[in-house]
Design a protein around this ligand. Structure first.
Ligand code: SF4
Length: 210
């Protein structure tokens, strides 16, 4: 990792000007709903998740209600998102664990979140940052691609990318950085055809300077 923190922060600042309102597009009304939406969002678009949760949460929006659901019924309710069978199993187990061990509440500690079925590092970071306003920097495919291209990190493994980014960016900006890199990845720095000519940080980007 050669980039200096002040250079990384200049890039982040520039991107923030471009995406001042970057935030999650998942719909939720509680920390539990957020956790379920985040688990559902793996390999699925946020729009697909929102379609499913709009109906699901109308009736089943607490750990107690989801834990009491038959797994096959839950599968039908979330049908439409990728890996719905695995996700139904994980969400039902997650809900049961919250009921049994956490008084029906989503824990606000990273290591506790990681113990929940279907919750990996990215999800735990997002739940912390979005649901609890605590430091969390989730690295999904957009974040990983964008920050590697920019030259902020040189790591294929999302866990390493997360570690390096957390060293570069002050923790009060982790949540914001996550949303900004995703916004830039979706709009400009796409996987196949990044629009480098239209990119507001192209003069600072390692991909261009190489
Ligand atoms: S210049 Fe190209 S590769 Fe670099 S961040 Fe912009 S779109 Fe991505």
């Amino acid at each position: 990792m050669n980039i200096k923190p002040d250079h990384a922060l200049k890039i982040l600042d520039r991107l923030k000007e471009e995406y001042p309102d970057a935030k999650t597009s998942l719909h939720f009304n509680s920390q539990f709903e957020l956790a379920v939406a985040v688990v559902l969002s793996a390999q699925t678009t946020d729009n697909q998740v929102n379609e499913v949760t709009k109906k699901l949460f109308r009736q089943y929006n607490t750990p107690e209600k989801i834990a009491a659901l038959n797994e096959s019924v839950l599968e039908k309710l979330i049908y439409g998102v990728g890996l719905y069978r695995t996700k139904a199993r994980n969400i039902k187990k997650l809900a049961q664990i919250l009921v049994d061990k956490y008084q029906g509440k989503v824990p606000d500690e990273f290591d506790e979140l990681l113990k929940l079925p279907g919750v990996g590092r990215k999800s735990a970071n997002v739940i912390l940052a979005v649901g609890f306003n605590k430091p969390g920097l989730g690295v999904d495919t957009h974040v990983n691609r964008v920050v590697n291209r920019i030259g902020m990190v040189a790591a294929k493994d999302p866990a390493k990318t997360e570690m390096y980014l957390k060293l570069l960016i002050p923790e009060e900006r982790w949540g914001e950085a996550h949303h900004i890199f995703i916004a830039h990845g979706r709009k400009i720095c796409s996987a196949r055809n990044p629009k480098c000519q239209d990119c507001i940080i192209n003069e600072k980007c390692a991909k261009i300077m190489d």
